[in-house]
Design a protein around this ligand. Structure first.
Ligand SMILES: NC(=O)c1ccc[n+]([C@@H]2O[C@H](COP(=O)([O-])OP(=O)(O)OC[C@H]3O[C@@H](n4cnc5c(N)ncnc54)[C@H](O)[C@@H]3O)[C@@H](O)[C@H]2O)c1
Ligand SMILES: O=c1ccn([C@@H]2O[C@H](COP(=O)(O)OP(=O)(O)O[C@H]3O[C@H](CO)[C@@H](O)[C@H](O)[C@H]3O)[C@@H](O)[C@H]2O)c(=O)[nH]1
Length: 448
């Protein structure tokens, strides 16, 4: 089946590559000429486990091609996936300018029936707007060509994107058209062999399903962070509480890990966008607003603990930071808690000595060269000569740590752990002060 994917970011590139891998003939289009040039040379612009060999083998097989030429892209696929960014607007709502630009492009160049598929995360009602934009472009050419618009939100997680795409729990498709249903069955057939994962629904329900899923997951995290903050002040261990409630199948163990706040390109923007959608239709989404507020506060928790450990004086101090990516197995630092922490350390006159297995290039791209940011080659070098250590991302290699050795490295024996990686008793035994999230020991007693 001939398929076109607009956008070669996390979603577009993974979608295009996975669809090529099951035999479809895929063309990926991006307006970023540099990205396309790199992809054509076999260089993958993002770090996503397993993606590089998969791109290589499908490019060599001739099933996966890249282009910046819109006309070629529109001519190629009967299915036209839109997987471009939907960043937050000034007021937090999703900015649809990239999505609508693609719709316009398709309308400008199509010469035959096309199914236009919204894979980007877009607010309820966007399919109608895509339909209008495309019709307008067709009218401008005086053309009357048949097309359909459907919604097919993506649920993959960065770091596990290929697995999520190929073995996801469900494939949601919003459409009323039997023809579209048939074409989408053909597209996703190879992933639909064990049981029927395709869920057809009306377009608005599909659009809302995506936001509801992210909002539910973000709510679980903010809820746990709230309970962790309480546990800290009440002298209870949140890790025991987590296991205690997770064992109830109605609650489950997933997405109840307390931490230093959720980041990434999705939860923060999607919770905000859904709350804005709610107010636009005259509904105040109290719960969603609270989820956002709790997360905003949680992202400052590491700095508050750090600052309290140094009696509010971080001027001239060097802080080792382990982990920059918003979560392990990615180089993505969008909305990462590490950014909130580092920026607060710099504002307080401190210096950061950081290490991340994958995100250092991205960190340098964001912050450039500066005296108060030293990026080092490994976790050992990060703590050399540092005054304290803060762990922000739970990369596997941080799970083991020689606490006695660490104590010798640090000027103040302070270990702040934003991911609850260690047993507090083992850390204390080595003579370190250990401040994690909700583990019965608090350095910050107020909400501020
Ligand atoms: N990142 C994730 O894990 C994830 C998961 C599910 C859904 N989503 C949603 O998918 C969408 C894409 O997210 P992403 O993380 O892949 O974004 P991204 O920023 O990584 O990539 C977007 C790409 O679209 C390209 N682009 C912009 N305008 C274009 C145009 N007119 N034609 C062709 N290409 C164009 C950009 O150059 C960029 O390469 C968003 O709506 C996001 O919310 C993201
Ligand atoms: O128990 C948990 C689980 C996650 N997180 C944090 O939540 C954020 C998001 O993590 P995750 O969901 O694993 O990564 P994303 O790649 O952002 O994926 C989310 O956002 C995507 C984009 O919409 C969706 O497709 C996915 O289904 C959804 O999980 C990260 O900062 C994590 O550290 C926690 O703090 N505690």
């Amino acid at each position: 089946m001939k398929i076109t994917v607009f956008g070669t970011g996390y979603v577009g590139l993974v979608t295009g590559t996975c669809l090529a891998d099951v035999g479809h003939d895929v063309m990926c289009m991006d307006v970023d000429a540099d990205k396309i040039a790199r992809l054509e040379q076999g260089e993958i612009p993002i770090f996503e486990p397993g993606l590089t060999p998969m791109v290589e083998r499908n490019v060599s097989a001739g099933r996966l091609r890249f282009t910046t030429d819109a006309k070629t892209a529109v001519e190629h696929g009967v299915l036209q996936f839109i997987a471009v960014g939907t960043p937050p607007d000034e007021d937090g709502s999703a900015d649809l300018k990239y999505v609508l630009a693609v719709a316009n492009t398709i309308g400008e160049y199509m010469t035959d029936y096309r199914v236009v598929i919204d894979k980007s995360t877009v607010p309820v009602g966007t399919a109608d707007r895509v339909h209008q934009a495309l019709s307008k472009a067709l009218n401008a050419r005086g053309s009357k060509i048949d097309f359909d618009v459907c919604s097919n939100p993506e649920f993959l997680k960065e770091g596990a994107a290929i697995d999520d795409f190929t073995r996801g729990a469900r494939i949601v498709v919003g459409t009323e058209s039997d023809k579209v249903k048939e074409l989408m069955r053909e597209c996703y057939g190879p992933y639909n062999r064990n049981h029927d994962k395709l869920m057809f629904m009306d377009i608005r329900a599909a659009e809302l399903t995506k936001y509801a899923a992210n909002a539910m997951l973000a709510t679980k995290i903010s809820f746990m962070n709230e309970i962790a903050n309480l546990a800290e002040r009440l002298g209870a261990d949140i890790e025991a509480v987590r296991r205690g409630i997770g064992s109830d199948p109605r609650i489950g163990y997933h997405f109840i890990y307390p931490g230093c706040g959720y980041g990434g390109s999705c939860f923060p923007k999607d919770v905000q966008a859904l709350a804005r959608t709610a107010s636009q239709v005259g509904y105040e989404a109290e719960l969603l607003n609270a989820v956002e507020t709790v997360n905003y506060r949680q992202k400052t928790t590491l700095f508050r603990k750090l600052s309290a450990a140094f009696d509010g004086d971080l001027a001239g101090k060097t802080i080792a930071v382990w982990g920059l990516a918003f979560k392990p197995n990615t180089d993505d630092m969008r909305e990462a808690p590490s950014r909130t922490l580092m920026e607060a350390i710099w504002d307080a006159g401190g210096k950061v000595q950081a290490y991340d297995p994958e995100a250092m290039k991205e960190c340098r791209r964001i912050y450039g060269e500066r005296d108060d940011l030293v990026l080092v080659a490994d976790r050992i070098q990060a703590v050399r000569g540092a005054d304290a250590l803060v762990i922000v991302t739970e990369w596997k290699e941080f799970r083991t740590l020689d606490f006695k050795w660490l104590k010798e490295q640090l000027s103040l024996p302070v270990l702040i752990d934003g991911r609850n990686l260690y047993e507090p008793s083992a850390v204390h035994e080595a003579g370190l002060m250990y401040y994690a999230i909700g583990r019965g020991e608090s350095l910050t007693m107020s909400n501020e």
